[in-house]
Design a protein around this ligand. Sequence first.
Ligand SMILES: Cc1cc2nc3c(=O)[nH]c(=O)nc-3n(C[C@H](O)[C@H](O)[C@H](O)COP(=O)(O)OP(=O)(O)OC[C@H]3O[C@@H](n4cnc5c(N)ncnc54)[C@H](O)[C@@H]3O)c2cc1C
Length: 435
Amino acid sequence: MKVAIIGGGLAGLTAAAYLSEQSGVTGVLFERSPQLGGRAFTYEKAGFTLNYGAHAIYGLDRHTLSVMERELKLDFSSKQVDKRKVVYEKGEHLTPAPLDFVNLIKTDLLTAMQKVRFVGEITAIMANIHQIKHYATLGDYLAESGAAEDVKELWEHLVCSNFFITPEDARRVPGPVISDYYHNLFLSHRPVNYVLGSWAVITNQLRDKVNLSERWSIALQEGVDGIRYEQGKYVLKTKAREETFDRVIFAMPIQQVVKLLRGTPWEPFLEPYEHNTATEVMVYDIGLDHVVARPFSYISDMNHKLFISDVSATDHTLVPEGGQLLQGIAYLSEESSSDEDRKAYLEERTQQMESLFDRHYPNWRDAVAVKRVSKKAMVQSVKNIASNRLVPNRIESMPFYFCGDGCEGKGELAERAFSSGRRVAERLVEELLHV
Ligand SMILES: Cc1cc2nc3c(=O)[nH]c(=O)nc-3n(C[C@H](O)[C@H](O)[C@H](O)COP(=O)(O)OP(=O)(O)OC[C@H]3O[C@@H](n4cnc5c(N)ncnc54)[C@H](O)[C@@H]3O)c2cc1C
């Protein structure tokens, strides 16, 4: 069986690595950029390793990456973010983020009674008996929960931080999604970690695995710009060639699949997914030539819904000797009535971010060696809220497979890309066994 995978991000590389182990499968991985990795692309500048998307892994011991580590024999190291140095800023006050029982006891965000209530909620989630899974959204649950405003705010803020979304969107996350996600995270012994050396450590190994299997090739700078069905096979067209395949896996954001299949007989089947919205954030990365301050490894500004990670406090491999790498992220709302309003909104977010840097990293502006600001970075191609529909790995009446962080799978963000890539490879192999 000859398979085409379109997209060389985490999902496409994962699917290709698994399929490359199958002796009955040959294939080509098409990537339109000059490099692999997609949104997990890593690059070097002035001695700093910068990630387009951050490389934090939530709940590593229960994460799909740990399964892949065993199954694909990946070799990587990771380091846990120091939980005692994760703080929330509320008003002008700093307090430990209630990530575990020790921090929960210390935090000022809740009163003693509210802490008892919150511990009860965590315990119920861990035991998988929390009522939230029966509610359409987090907002619906909170409205009926009778919880104090501070407990509600804490729930919303947790969801903002893990899903990279605003409080309004947090309230729209489906109850079962919250229940599953936090069941895993609260049971994890390794809640927040970095893969040492960035995503490239993973993507390079997946690439090498594909290349080592001589049945597969990787076509870089070869975007697929057309696809048609002919005599029981799929003909893919790029600028360089036309080639025929038995099966096709789409490993790219659904917004791009919709564009690629416009005008083909398959277009109508994508209609339910066409209006999905993506999770977008503002990213403000700065590489500093020396450590200006190291008060914590992560600070989340609850007032303005943005955070700064001192990435190099956990992963020192990313900076030149003595340097510091800080990554600021601001969650963004979707709506703006005009381009002008949007511009003003983004400007306001930039100023809020810079003032968070000013408050905790004095004189940072004088130490900047590299800076990268992106006002519209796609964190997840389909925001996991009630009004969106994640893309199934197979869509009824369509002959293709779909994977990526907007598709059905386990977890959120990169884990959804890894898990859906693994799942489509598994389903394709099952299909092969039954052909
Ligand atoms: C700022 C930011 C911070 C993040 N932080 C985290 C984090 O801390 N933890 C975490 O787990 N995740 C994080 N993420 C999310 C993570 O980076 C993504 O979930 C993941 O990289 C998505 O991978 P993917 O393979 O689904 O999609 P993509 O990376 O988008 O891959 C799709 C690929 O398809 C290619 N392509 C598209 N069209 C074509 C075509 N026609 N022909 C050929 N190729 C094509 C694209 O060039 C791309 O390489 C973050 C993302 C961002 C942007």
